[in-house]
Design a protein around this ligand. Structure first.
Ligand code: CP
Length: 329
């Protein structure tokens, strides 16, 4: 089957076939090798990406901006206050105008019940590919870098490998659900058994849970849910403990944080890493709340792959842009 990548949106990995996702990873590895060797790869010369950030970002913003420079193009770093969005300009009007100026639109908008809708509305009216830089439901560019990192450690055949997506306590802010949701959707498609662990109040969106179950069934792998972090860690090959808000119970940050305070012992420490397989890796999308979500000993330890995972954001960003904004005419 031949896929056309040029012009394709990247809003959820669910919209890409497994074959297309492997192509994306293979391009990311090719660009990673070229970057390491200092070989120019100006695949998007003179092209423009408009990046709209409704929230803060370190990894996503800089991987896409640096990536666009390395591909020979330019990325505009936009925030709503720099645009007429702040005066209420509608998504469809912004989409049509930016489509006339450049070659791609990328958006981070994590407002609950709004972010994914906004990105889809832009995509519906844009004539250029739209990339989701994180919304209230999905974080596809992060998860593509995550699977790339997992494959680098364990190889392409991930059957029989166990991935634990676990809630962890963090006092800093109410983090979105997009990373755990994207993980439980994608990891089964690549052949991994997935265990989702969280306290009862921190359940994920029902339609995502249903889709994750269907993905696991289709792939012939296990998808289990538990409220026991220790049991989840038993024999795991990939552990991905991170915080998220109790957004299925409340939209108020202070209420979510109060619920979270009951579970300060949901931390990834050396004892818990000892429950996992001896070759297990520790992953986190970052930023991590050190001392709460994870101890320094674990995140700075031998089993941590967080810096490779962060670096892979760059290679994946470039692969997504090169395929969707360039590629075969
Ligand atoms: N992991 C991630 O998306 O990081 P940023 O919020 O810094 O972009």
């Amino acid at each position: 089957m031949h896929s056309l990548y040029r012009g394709k949106d990247f809003i959820s990995t669910q919209d890409w076939t497994l074959e297309e996702l492997w192509m994306l990873l293979d391009v990311a590895w090719e660009l990673k090798r070229k970057f390491a060797l200092g070989i120019p790869h100006r695949l998007l010369q003179d092209k423009t990406l408009f990046m709209m950030f409704f929230e803060q970002s370190t990894r996503t913003r800089n991987s896409f901006e640096a990536g666009m420079t390395q591909l020979g193009g330019h990325a505009h770093d936009l925030t709503p206050d720099k645009m007429q969005i702040s005066h209420g300009e509608e998504a469809r009007d912004t989409a049509k105008v930016l489509s006339r100026f450049g070659h791609g639109i990328a958006i981070r908008n994590c407002f609950i019940d709004e972010g994914n809708k906004y990105i889809n509305e832009v995509a519906e009216h844009a004539h250029v590919p739209v990339i989701n830089l994180q919304c209230d439901v999905y974080h596809p560019t992060q998860i593509a870098a995550d699977i790339m990192t997992v494959v680098e450690r364990f190889g392409r055949n991930l059957r029989g490998r166990k991935c634990v997506v676990s809630w962890a306590y963090a006092p800093s802010y109410m983090k979105p659900m997009s990373v755990p949701q994207s993980l439980i959707l994608l990891m089964p498609r690549f052949g991994m058994d997935v265990v989702l662990a969280h306290p009862p109040e921190f359940d994920l969106m029902p339609h995502i849970m249903k889709q994750a179950e269907e993905n696991a069934k289709e792939a012939g792998v296990k998808f289990e849910v538990t409220d026991d972090m220790d049991a989840a860690f038993e024999g795991a090959h990939v552990v991905y403990p991170k915080s998220w808000g109790a957004l299925m119970r409340t939209r108020k940050a202070e209420e979510s944080m109060a619920m979270a305070k009951k579970y300060t012992d949901w931390i990834c420490d050396e004892r818990r890493m000892g429950l996992a397989a001896s070759d297990a890796i520790y992953m986190h999308c970052l930023p991590a709340d050190r001392g709460y979500e994870v101890t320094d000993a674990v995140i700075d330890g031998k089993q941590s792959v967080v810096w490779d995972e962060a670096e892979n954001r760059l290679h994946v960003a470039k692969a997504i842009m090169a395929l969707t904004m360039g590629g075969r005419p």
